[in-house]
Write a protein that binds this ligand. Structure first.
Ligand code: ACM
Ligand code: ZN
Length: 737
């Protein structure tokens, strides 16, 4: 959404014949040549003139104006007498030409040969100076051609930085001439984990993964990006995420190995040693990197560096004494500061992930805030530049759909609506520091992105939402309007062979109670379409209908699937709801202990008749207690006999979710005098991820109130994930029969 857009009375049929530019402006001429090449139309003439004016119908005039105050601002005028584009810098002209490209390419009426453009005046400039997209090529390698396609799309959507994550535990992907083993050894791993890294048993494929970019290829990509006004920020990870470097040169580590290029995901204890040999090695590496990338920034990682090896390393401990450092955090800070000094001498600025704050920030460092906004707020408050990339909104390796059949992702849920809602200036940052927030970036970590098809599927259309967050004015934000505009972008992206999701229009639901029945309300995205429902009667028997309103009364147990059908008749992935009417479905519930707001959708999810999915712990039907017992009173509104109560528990130590130790059910007719009516205890041998305890009650007695206590696992023992913390308790539906 441009800042200003005024449509004229009609449109012009445009057949570009000439590009008019002023004499003696080689930069503008280069841009004009580039644009002609992009349009693959060699008949377009460049005319160099003394004065730029509307004189020829099928012409684009490219003019540099004197507005030095706004380096990114541009203006486009589409008139029957030609198209005039002006900006104070060539990059502004480039952005204008991207807008023009969108006007041409996204118009479905523009078949080959005829180009119709509305008469319009557009004035525009970006809200943030840093608009980035990242790509991890270590976990999976992507060819130069794919990188170029990625850069083309970034340019079309007016991003101006590409953060190229070139090294990690699973591969070193940039040729370093002084240290050839980095790619001879470090660019290849023998095999790769299959499935999610928390899956058990652990499985591996038997395919070698190999690949790196030669320095010639890097130069080619840098040049390609430069032509599209995109700066490339290379990332060379240190001191953590360095297994590939260690495998190539084991003397870089504290223990000398042996090390191997990682074939699984996560954080590894073996990291670079802080000794001079290693620092000097990394400085040599950076010398070659600095020569390849003309931009001012070099990213050195700095995230997720365990300190265990340093604690028992003679060299690291000697450094602590030598530099009078209090702890290993300060040792990390020492390492980063040494690297920063070196980069500074080479005229470069260091960027690091927010862990570089720990132990003290290097004097001129720019921080990328990924663990939420805290690091960004802290760094900006210390007058340091910040780029926001919080996991909550900017990690495009997260799921964009809640559908259980969505392609595997690392976790999380970052739908496009959430990306669009992102505000890069943290709400709790003192406004006097907001100028330090340069912008934001989305990160694409590729553990679960094995090829370009999935890469573009994960990146788009979410990147378009982020582009608008970073470019457009805050007051012009309008999600429904964005989705409407998106309908022009998606068909065009499909012609570019980009595999797209329509998850942005997937249905969601809420429930309420009406008399004795529950009512299901469909929650729709703000985009035109119809709800289609299929009821399952038995294995071979279904009926389909378009319900009249957006809700359905659930008077009996039922099994249904519901889709949103868009105007082009395409269907989004369905929601599947199995409603099981039981005595507490829709009853009122009073929580004695409050669930964690992070895993709690609404009071009634635990007794709404809809079971939580048994294969994952996310979604509105699961409730999480962080370190606490679950304790609540259910009021059935009248006394009734109860035979049994069924629970749903989750067991997932990797995420610190442990099953309850015990369940105790008390019952009462008056909410004053309670008696224990049933209980359950966890078997110590339980391994299953999903557990369904059943508590049988004394028969033939009636109760109105049930007091349910589900006892948290408590403190996690040494040797188990999350040791020393208290466990999460996850509870699904409580079914009362
Ligand atoms: C990160 O995601 N470890 C920066
Ligand atoms: Zn060491």
């Amino acid at each position: 959404m441009p800042n200003k857009i005024d449509f004229g009375n009609g449109s012009i049929d445009f057949n570009i014949e000439t590009i008019l530019i002023k004499k003696n402006n080689p930069e503008v001429k280069k841009l004009a040549q580039f644009y002609i090449q992009l349009f693959q139309n060699p008949n377009i003439q460049i005319q160099e003139v003394d004065k730029l004016e509307f004189t020829q119908k099928n012409s684009i005039i490219l003019g540099i104006n004197e507005r030095r105050d706004a380096p990114d601002r541009y203006k486009i005028q589409v008139t029957p007498y030609g198209i005039m584009v002006e900006a104070s810098q060539v990059k502004g002209l480039f952005h204008a030409l991207q807008s023009l490209t969108q006007l041409v390419k996204l118009n479905p009426e523009n078949k080959a040969g005829s180009i119709r453009i509305p008469t319009v005046i557009i004035e525009d400039e970006p809200r943030f100076s840093y608009r980035g997209m990242h790509l991890d090529v270590a976990r999976h390698f992507f060819s130069v051609d794919v990188i170029k396609q990625y850069i083309d799309l970034l340019a079309l959507y007016k991003f101006n930085n590409f953060h190229w994550h070139l090294t990690d535990d699973q591969g070193w992907r940039i040729e370093i001439k002084k240290y050839p083993e980095l790619t001879n050894v470090g660019a290849t791993r023998s095999n790769t984990l299959i499935g999610h890294y928390t899956d058990r048993p652990v499985k591996y494929d038997n395919k070698e993964v190999s690949g790196y970019y030669t320095q010639e290829q890097i130069k080619e990509v840098v040049e390609y990006a430069k032509d599209r006004f995109i700066n490339i920020i290379p990332e060379i990870e240190m001191p953590g995420h360095a297994s590939a470097a260690l495998a190539a040169y084991p003397y870089l580590g504290c223990t000398w190995g042996p090390y191997k290029v990682a074939n699984t995901w996560g954080v590894f204890e073996d990291v670079l040693c802080t000794k001079d040999t290693t620092l000097n090695f990394m400085k040599d590496v950076l010398n070659e990197v600095v020569d390849l990338f003309p931009g001012k920034y070099i990213h050195i990682g700095g995230d997720e560096c365990p300190k265990a090896r340093w604690k028992t390393c003679i060299n690291c401990q000697r450094n602590k004494r030598r530099f009078n450092l209090a702890d290993e955090d300060q040792l990390q800070s020492y390492f980063i500061k040494e690297i920063e000094k070196h980069l500074y001498r080479k005229g470069k600025k260091l960027i690091g992930w927010d862990e570089i704050l720990e132990g003290g920030l290097a004097p001129n460092a720019t921080v990328m805030s990924w663990r939420g906004e805290t690091g960004g707020v802290e760094a900006a408050s210390q007058n340091h530049d910040v780029i926001m990339t919080p996991g909550s909104h900017c990690y495009f390796d997260h799921y964009q759909s809640k559908n259980p059949r969505e392609a595997l992702a690392i976790g999380g849920y970052t739908p496009i609506s959430k990306v669009y809602a992102y505000e890069p200036i943290p709400a709790n940052l003192d406004p006097k520091f907001s100028k330090f927030i340069l912008g934001a970036q989305a990160n694409l970590w590729t553990e679960y992105i094995e090829d370009e098809k999935k890469l573009f599927y994960m990146a788009f259309p979410r990147a378009i939402a982020l582009s608008e967050v970073l470019w457009s004015r805050k007051e012009d934000k309008n999600y429904a309007g964005f989705l409407e505009r998106l309908q022009f972008h998606l068909p065009w992206l499909k012609t570019q062979k980009i595999n797209l999701t329509n998850a942005y229009a997937e249905l969601d639901y809420t429930l309420s109670k009406s008399g004795d029945d529950m009512v299901l309300h469909f929650v729709k995205a703000p985009i035109k379409g119809k709800v289609l429902v299929e009821f399952k009667h038995n294995a071979n028997n279904f009926t389909q209908e378009y319900p009249k309103g957006d809700s359905l009364i659930l008077s009996n147990s039922l099994d249904l699937k519901a889709w949103y059908q868009l105007q082009d008749n395409s269907l989004c992935k369905p929601i599947h709801i199995i409603y099981n009417k039981h005595k507490a479905a829709g009853a009122s519930i009073q929580f004695i202990e409050k669930p964690s707001p992070k895993y709690f959708s609404n009071e009634n999810s635990i007794i709404n008749g809809i079971a939580a999915p048994t294969n994952k712990y996310s979604g509105p039907e699961w409730l999480g207690m962080e370190g606490k017992n679950f304790e609540a009173i259910i009021d059935l509104s009248k006394s009734d006999t109860i035979d049994q109560i069924k629970f749903q528990l989750y067991n997932f130590p990797a995420a610190w979710i442990y099953p309850a130790k015990e369940i105790i059910v008390e019952a009462s007719t008056d909410n004053l005098n309670y008696e224990v009516v049933g209980s359950w205890k966890l078997s110590p041998f339980t391994q299953e991820r999903y557990i369904e305890p059943i508590v049988d009650l004394k028969k033939n007695k009636s109760y109105r109130y049930l007091k349910i206590k589900v006892i948290n696992h408590g403190k996690i023992a040494e040797g188990s994930p999350g040791a020393g913390h208290t466990a999460w308790l996850f509870l699904g539906e409580i079914t009362v029969d």
